[in-house]
Design a binder for this molecule. Structure first.
Ligand code: F6P
Length: 361
């Protein structure tokens, strides 16, 4: 079947590099003489029929731009789609509408750039007959089936810069600074930026920790003449008693729990146990914004090129992936379920321990 028209959408939380993927797909499509239709605001645009034909001018100046020019959202799931009935919001299975819209627009293949939620939906739509290629995205780097997602490298750079800034104020005030980073239930961002930013303690969901051990590290530094310390904590790390700190629960979201706030709890505990004045910073959505790093621009471009080529070759139902530095792909049904957490024997954990970083264990 000769491919004439591709569709594209970005779903879930944004990540630096989304526009670079869109650009690469558009360029490959253009040189193959294939049209590209962009659906707006994630799956919402596919259900509501909000789309636009991507012209040459739409992809100019995209490589370095953060966010997504197509818009995104992390609520609207076609299988559980919010519909207003009178004054009430009810959730309905609108997946048939998604398939019908793809048919009506003669989209030969839809490229979905998204995290685990958006790609789980892509997989379900594929089972119903849709032709989809997935591109793995998230700053959290927690997706199964690929060694790295784009967006992660930029988030690590942003967090590292924040750590550099916290260092100078921590040292001046002889304080303990606690920096809370995103990552959901995986500690990738905290581990990488903690090492890059010279953290003294890194607390991640994968490693249970004790306040006493954190305090020992702070006192050891004081003894060495360094009466200040930097603690990096992943938002998904649990408190020593196993409590997960939740900021809010979002109704209608496929992943309703929003983590956040553990840094304040840790700063309080540090003050109580060590007597050191402590402050907490939640870096938040700054980690998702801004211009993608060169690494993310390259990875996003490679993913976009590979996704477009798979689509043109009629190879549907697959996610592009990075394995040992090489771009390859994986059928949706072979992607393991669940979150890709940091393995306890990860070389960076070993290296961090060897240079004296404490994981509070
Ligand atoms: O998955 C990306 C991410 O930024 C997580 O690190 C974070 O927990 C979550 O999204 C925040 O979601 P929202 O933008 O809905 O607050």
């Amino acid at each position: 079947m000769a491919v004439k028209r591709l569709g594209i959408l970005t779903g879930g939380g944004d990540a630096p590099g989304l526009n670079a993927v869109i650009r690469a797909v558009a360029k490959v499509a253009e040189s193959a003489g294939v049209e590209l239709y962009g659906f707006l605001d994630g799956y919402s645009g596919l259900i509501r029929g909000n789309f636009r034909k991507m012209e040459k001018r739409d992809i100019s100046g995209l490589l370095h731009r953060g966010g997504t020019v197509l818009g995104t959202n992390n609520r609207d799931n076609p299988f559980n789609f919010p519909v207003k009935e009178g004054n009430e919001l009810v959730f309905k299975d609108m997946s048939d509408t998604a398939l019908e819209n793809l048919r009506m627009l003669s989209i030969d293949c839809l490229i979905v750039i998204g995290g685990d939620g958006s790609l789980a939906i892509a997989r379900e739509l594929t089972q119903k007959g849709a032709r989809i290629i997935g591109v793995p995205k998230t700053i959290d780097n927690d997706m199964q089936g690929t060694d790295q997602t784009f967006g992660f490298d930029t988030a690590v750079a942003t967090a590292t810069e924040a750590l550099d800034k916290l260092h100078t104020t921590a040292e001046s005030h002889h304080r303990v600074m606690v920096l809370e980073l995103m990552g959901r239930y995986a500690g990738w961002i905290a581990l990488y930026s903690g090492v890059a930013g010279g953290a003294d303690v890194i607390l991640i969901p994968e490693i249970p920790w004790k306040m006493q051990k954190v305090a020992e590290k702070i006192f050891a530094r004081q003894k060495e003449g360094k009466p200040f310390s930097i603690i990096v904590v992943a938002e998904g790390a649990k408190l020593p008693d196993g409590e997960k700190v939740v900021r809010e629960t979002i109704k209608g979201s496929g992943d309703p729990i929003r983590l956040g706030g553990i840094s304040y709890r840790i700063a309080e505990m540090v003050e109580q146990v060590t007597g050191f004045e402590s402050r907490a910073t939640i870096l938040g959505h700054v980690q998702r914004g801004g211009s993608p790093s060169p690494f993310d621009r390259i990875l996003a471009t490679r993913y976009g090129e590979a996704a477009a080529k798979l689509a043109l070759a009629g190879e549907y139902g697959k996610m592009v992936s990075l394995k040992n530095g090489i771009i390859t792909w994986m059928p949706f049904e072979e992607i393991p379920q669940g979150c890709r957490t940091v393995p306890l024997d990860h070389p960076l954990i070993q290296a961090a321990r060897s240079i004296g970083i404490s994981f509070g264990d």
